[in-house]
Design a protein around this ligand. Structure first.
Ligand code: AHM
Ligand code: MG
Length: 339
């Protein structure tokens, strides 16, 4: 991975990078670039709001409960509205779906409205009140070709391997967009001086082995045996003779970002409170699994690849374990041993 400035000291913005990528597809209409500009604009607006969270009246609960039965934070509502607004202006998007909306929004039926965007506008939003990191996750799918003019909200129920691009924005000590459209995973840091996402982490590759596991260990007694034995094995030094330590922020985007750059493993297994897992498949697990795989890691639920799970509903939950090559080899060893 290169984190050095470009050789001639010029910068490469996300838009430039994307333009270079789309030149690989002659005849590209520019609609996809325009779609992506909706994401970059909306997330810059969210970043600006997050930066000033302690100074404006955006902390705390909005007073409503979302479809997951969770109290919506004011910033959840704000972020959702911003993304819906700017993505809603993109002619190429037929369907939008969000963690904060019970049903997907079918915006257009026209043939040129060929994309579907699903997102979690502000993941880990309870972190806002304590000035800790939060994120946005998004997944981009193509509408199926074979449905003619019978488009409906179920068009988006596609397994994650059909994603054509995915990413997240981490609102941390700096704001960073991490994105892949299938040709490497690239990180762009928001330069507040010029208001642009600038390429800072080209071609992110996960280290073969890290030194941290990231899990809400308070639930370990209720994990299925394989996950429990796995975490205990990491602690005991059974994965490459390294005794792992733990890091857990409680905002998936931040925990996964550390894992992508420094290696290791992130997991949210089934628990008594969340027997199917806590993370949402379509807009949390899938985009992360897509990025992790494109960075050389793997992402699973039990013995199944996350990207192969066929969703039955937009807000479906899943368990997830994702990590670098050594950590996932050790997980598969635990699975195989039935431990
Ligand atoms: P959210 O979408 O309601 O914010 O929940 C998802 C978050 C993830 O970011 C994080 O990994 C997880 O929930 C933390 O859950 P817990 O507090 O149970 O450890
Ligand atoms: Mg979330």
């Amino acid at each position: 991975m290169s984190t050095k400035p470009h050789a001639d000291n010029t910068i490469i913005t996300f838009e430039q990078h994307n333009l270079l990528e789309t030149q690989r597809y002659p005849g590209s209409s520019g609609a996809f670039a325009w779609l992506l500009s909706g994401i970059t604009l909306a997330t810059k607006i969210i970043a600006a709001k997050v930066r000033r969270a302690g100074l404006s009246d955006v902390m705390g609960e909005a007073g409503a409960v979302n479809v997951q039965g969770e109290n919506q934070q004011k910033l959840d509502v704000f972020s959702n509205n911003v993304l819906l607004h700017y993505l809603g202006l993109r002619e190429s998007i037929g369907i939008l779906a969000s963690e904060e909306n019970e049903t997907p929004l079918v915006l257009k039926q026209e043939a040129e409205a060929k994309y579907i965007v699903v997102f979690d506008p502000l993941d880990g939003s309870s972190n806002i009140d304590v000035n800790a990191p939060v994120g946005t996750t998004f997944s981009i799918l193509r509408r199926p070709h074979d449905v003619g003019d019978r488009h409906d909200q179920n068009d988006l129920l596609q397994s994650g391997r059909h994603q054509i691009a995915a990413g997240y924005v981490l609102y941390g000590s700096s704001t960073m967009l991490v994105y892949s459209a299938g040709a490497g995973v690239h990180g762009f840091t928001l330069d507040p001086a010029i208001g642009a996402y600038v390429l800072s982490h080209e071609n992110i590759r996960m280290p073969t082995q890290g030194k941290w596991y990231s899990v809400n260990e308070a639930h370990i007694e209720s994990f299925p045996p394989t996950y429990r034995n796995y975490v205990e094995g990491l602690r005991r030094g059974e994965c490459g003779s390294k005794r792992y330590a733990s890091r857990y922020i409680g905002a998936m985007v931040a925990d996964v970002h550390r894992m992508l750059l420094k290696g290791g493993v992130f997991l949210y297994p089934p628990t008594i409170d969340n027997p199917a897992g806590k993370l949402r498949l379509m807009y949390e697990a899938n985009p992360i699994a897509y990025l992790v795989e494109h960075a050389g890691g793997r992402a699973m639920c039990g013995d199944q690849r996350i990207l192969d799970i066929r969703p039955e509903s937009i807000h479906q939950r899943t368990a997830m374990i994702c990590g670098g090559p050594m950590e996932m080899d050790f997980y598969e060893k635990c699975l195989g041993a039935g431990r």
